[in-house]
Design a protein. Structure first.
Lengths: 310, 312
């Protein structure tokens, strides 16, 4: 999606404000009088600016607090009175942040790559081939999305526990090898929109199913694959519930799980080292902000498509 | 029309079709295997566990419907379900109204739409744990930013993180900070409303408010409905933000009944107290409650939602 504006808005913004006599109190006119229109524009921007401040301030507050010494964390000043990078230097001694980051990177990479690959395979299977039972099976894909995670949570834990995988990173991502209903749905929509003649032509040229999939369908589907990859990176990086269920030792924690343990230790535990927590929060969040700026278009497009399927 | 009918007709159509089915099954096999292991079996086993006492160490002990009857006598079930309902009922409408208001503003921002959309979306990227931490800091009763701002206007703000009456409103407010995806979805829907409708309305003398309530909202009602459904489902499963801020190892001071949401209680029963049978029964109750709300929303939507091409 582009940021193009609707025609009438552009007109609103660009319309020359002539020297006509503005009559704001006049009876219903065909068009809003120019001056009122301008006032409206100014009000719109003012409101947007206020909201923009509300939406960004918590970040700014957090980042600013992370550069303050312990005693000033709560002073609510935008610019730190005493600017220090001590927190970022000390935090590596306070907690195994480095290990947590590495664990998170491993889990996130494996989760995103495996779910994208497997979901694409499955989505193609549903989009391209015609076979008996396809409708029913696809209904099961959709139906499984309606099931609250809480229902399968405990038996799934028992499976991993039975395999001796609790306490390792495996349960955090390995399920992604089997695809995920939401991404299968998303990618299938995308595959269905591709012109079928392309594949028929390749088939006549003697290309096999695997070749058609990898050489023609996948390259054409790159934007949707990017959306899947980005969505899953975000989901895997931010997950707290699964690390809470499966991880016990601090060495195995992902960064959100580590942040939670810091909060328990330094926030509630009576030590009140909020500067550690604030700094760890920034470290946890920044990769997601970077991710958004890398894939902004994909995020926005992907989410907008999700909505239009409703 | 079908792919198989064009396929090389060597030994016969039937064989080609069989091969096509086989290929299809190969492609969907990851999902098929995953579905059997991680959805179908867990659903069945969870149903069985809900009829047992199970602590992972000893074998499940069949107790019939005891877990379900016990839920009726457990005051924390009513409490956590009530908390969750209050949170959902407060947050879903507010969420949609604020997101719609912001999307409408964005639509009028001409060339700055993209910039402001980015700004409004960014908080959505914040990990939920960090949102929980931010809640504790910004909504702190004494030094928190929110109360400082309120104090500036002469209002003495409540103790958001410790006063049971204000915990849920506080969590609803912070949840509004992450409505970025709803704004994006609504903005996309708004851009699809035919502009002729507004033009003719303007000719008829309809003002902004009338245009919004008579044209915009009805035209995007299917999107609003979609958001209502998914946000209700999410609302019922609220966990991370509240768990981060109010529960956890060694945290006794902040444990707060007002923030005990249903999935948090379920998690504690299952993984902290190892009452896996009871937690499974709780999961099924949650499933039924969500189902009832979703069906009710669909029933209401048949009366109020407009789908393009609908014949009335």
């Amino acid at each position: 999606m582009t940021t193009t504006v609707r025609a009438d808005d552009a007109e609103l913004a660009l319309a020359p404000v002539g020297p006509h006599d503005p009559e704001p109190t006049a009876a219903p006119t065909r068009r809003t009088p120019p001056r009122r229109r301008r006032v409206l524009q100014v009000l719109t921007y003012a409101a947007l600016a206020v909201f923009a401040v509300i939406f960004t301030y918590p970040f700014v507050w957090l980042v600013s607090a992370s550069f303050k010494p312990r005693s000033e964390v709560f002073d609510n000043l935008l610019i730190p009175k005493t600017f220090t990078i001590e927190n970022y230097l000390n935090i590596w001694q306070e907690a195994p942040i480095g290990v947590w980051l590495v664990n998170s990177v491993i889990v996130t990479a494996l989760a995103a790559i495996s779910v994208t690959a497997s979901s694409a395979l499955v989505a193609w299977g549903f989009a391209y081939f015609r076979f008996r039972g396809r409708g029913l099976l696809f209904a099961l894909v959709i139906g499984s999305m309606m099931l609250p995670g809480a229902v399968t949570m405990i038996p799934t834990f028992l499976i991993w526990n039975g395999l001796g995988a609790t306490g390792t990173l495996t349960p955090l991502w390995a399920q992604n090898l089997f695809g995920s209903a939401f991404y299968i749905f998303l990618l299938r929509q995308f595959f269905l929109a591709l012109p079928r003649e392309l594949f028929e032509a390749a088939k006549i040229d003697g290309a096999g199913n695997w070749r058609i999939f990898t050489r023609i369908a996948l390259p054409l589907c790159r934007p949707a694959l990017a959306v899947t990859l980005l969505f899953e990176i975000q989901a895997a990086w931010t997950d707290l519930l699964r690390p809470l269920i499966y991880l016990r030792d601090s060495d195995t924690f992902t960064i959100p799980r580590g942040l939670k343990s810091l909060l328990d230790q330094f926030g509630f535990g009576g030590e009140w080292h909020w500067e550690v927590i604030v700094t760890a929060s920034v470290i946890t969040t920044v990769p997601m902000i970077i991710l958004f700026f890398i894939g902004q278009k994909q995020f926005v497009d992907g989410i907008a498509t999700t909505g239009s399927k409703g | 029309m079908s792919a198989s009918s064009i396929a090389p007709v060597r030994p016969g159509r039937l064989r080609a079709r069989r091969r096509e089915t086989l290929s299809a099954l190969l492609f969907i096999s990851p999902w098929l295997v995953g579905f059997l292991i991680f959805t179908l079996w867990p659903v069945i086993y969870s149903g069985y566990l809900s009829l047992t006492d199970y602590d992972v160490i000893n074998n499940p002990n069949f107790v019939g419907l005891d877990n379900y009857t016990a839920m009726f006598e457990d005051p924390k079930i009513a409490l956590s379900l009530g908390n969750t309902l209050i949170f959902t009922i407060l947050s879903v409408p507010l969420h949609i109204i604020v997101a719609l208001a912001l999307a409408l503003l964005l639509l009028r921002a001409a060339r700055a739409t993209g910039f402001f959309r980015t700004v409004f979306f960014l908080p959505k990227m914040t990990p939920a744990v960090a949102v929980g931490v931010l809640f504790l800091l910004i909504f702190n009763g004494q030094d928190g930013l929110i109360n400082r701002v309120l104090g500036f206007f002469g209002i003495s703000g409540p103790y958001w993180t410790t006063d049971p009456a204000w915990v849920k409103p506080g969590l609803v407010l912070i949840s509004l900070w992450t409505i970025g995806s709803s704004i994006v979805i609504l903005l996309a829907a708004l851009k699809n409303v035919p502009t002729e409708l507004y033009e003719s309305a303007r000719i008829d003398g309809a003002g902004f408010w009338q245009q919004t309530t008579r044209i915009t909202v009805p035209m995007i009602s299917s999107t609003i409905f979609f958001l209502a459904i998914i946000n209700t489902i999410y609302g019922f499963q609220i966990f991370t933000e509240a768990y981060t801020a109010f529960f956890g190892a060694g945290n006794t001071t902040y444990s707060n009944d007002a923030a005990l949401f249903y999935v948090i209680y379920l998690f504690r029963q299952g993984f902290e107290y190892l009452h896996m049978g009871y937690a499974s029964a709780m999961a099924w109750l949650l499933f039924v409650v969500i189902l009832i709300f979703t069906v009710a929303q669909f029933a209401i939507s048949r009366r109020v939602v407009y789908y393009e091409g609908d014949v009335r």
